[in-house]
Write a protein of this length. Structure first.
Length: 239
């Protein structure tokens, strides 16, 4: 495939690599994506389910949706693309993974140097005291309450209109500005601030490589674009 050998050569020489992933990497594990045919946003309206206003209006509806998502994701396993990204931690002296995915599959695959910038579906956060807890119970009882203070908990997920955690933003920007190579894997590049990450790395001098089933808004900014399934292409990068 045109471009693949070039990416492999660049990776073989690189010391600082940053990876940004989106729903496409987990699509190969059977987790639904957000956009496109048969995706989450083709069946549900984001403003009904993934905004703080939606949760304030109808927490039961939002939690029912998350209970369904948790049930879907609970049976899914990391695929060879997640495994290869986890392997990159040991391969490069400077490595950071930024994921928009909330499914936890990167951590399941062994990734530790990672920022889950949109949160994690297996964590809940108290709306009163702010306590964040791991919780793998499926389904969660309606409505789930905080173990410490008894108030309503919410998914520890960044919804539309909410800010990302400062520590995640700082860590991500540092990794984007200092990498030689940025790999964009399976993201549509439509949601900010992640949509601006390729240009931040490029302005700092990085080579930007996109791996996606289809061209995206990132493709124009990418130095090299490889089109195909993440589970097929990503393992080829290190073999
Ligand atoms: C494959 C494949 C295979 C398939 N192999 N590839 C302008 C500037 C700045 C901000 C904004 C702006 N305009 C609007 C905003 C605000 C908003 C935003 O960006 N909206 C856009 C839609 C325009 N952003 C925010 O609100 C963010 N906060 C923020 O900016 O704070 C400051 C601020 C506040 C208020 C106003 C302005 C600024 C927070 C965004 C949080 C997004 N959260 C979500 C949902 C969480 C719900 C949940 O999961 O439970 O996170 S949105 C949803 O999209 C989810 C994802 O992480 C995110 C990205 O999607 P992703 O991963 O790219 O998936 P898809 O489905 O879009 O694409 C899949 C790709 O994979 C496709 O390209 C396929 O081709 C490919 N693919 N199979 C390889 N096998
Ligand atoms: Zn509490």
């Amino acid at each position: 495939m045109a471009g693949l050998l070039e990416v492999k050569a660049k990776l073989a020489a690189a010391r600082a690599v940053t990876v940004l992933t989106g729903a496409g990497i987990s699509a190969d594990s059977g987790v639904p994506t957000f956009r496109g045919a048969d995706s989450l946003w083709s069946k549900f309206r984001p403003e009904d389910l993934a905004t703080p206003e939606a949760f304030a209006r109808d927490p039961r509806l939002v939690w029912e949706w998350y209970n369904w998502r948790r049930e879907v994701i609970a049976s899914k396993k990391p695929n060879p693309a997640h495994a290869t990204v986890a392997e990159m931690e040991a391969r490069f002296p400077h490595f950071w993974l930024i994921t928009q995915n909330v499914d936890g599959l990167h951590a399941d695959a062994g990734s530790r140097k990672l920022s889950e910038i949109h949160g994690n579906i297996w964590k809940v956060r108290c709306t009163a005291c702010g306590l964040i807890e791991h919780n793998r119970q499926v389904p969660l009882p309606m409505l789930p309450a905080c173990a410490a203070c008894g108030h309503l908990v919410r998914p520890h997920i960044v919804w539309f209109g909410e800010s990302l955690a400062v520590a995640d933003i700082d860590q991500s920007y540092a990794a984007l500005r200092s990498c030689e190579l940025l790999l964009l894997i399976g993201t549509s590049g439509l949601v900010y601030p992640a949509a601006s990450f390729a240009s931040i790395a490029k302005e700092a001098g990085a080579c930007v490589v996109e791996i996606n089933l289809d061209p995206t808004p990132y493709s124009g900014a990418a130095d090299i674009a490889l089109h195909g399934r993440a589970k097929d292409l990503v393992p080829l990068l290190l073999d």
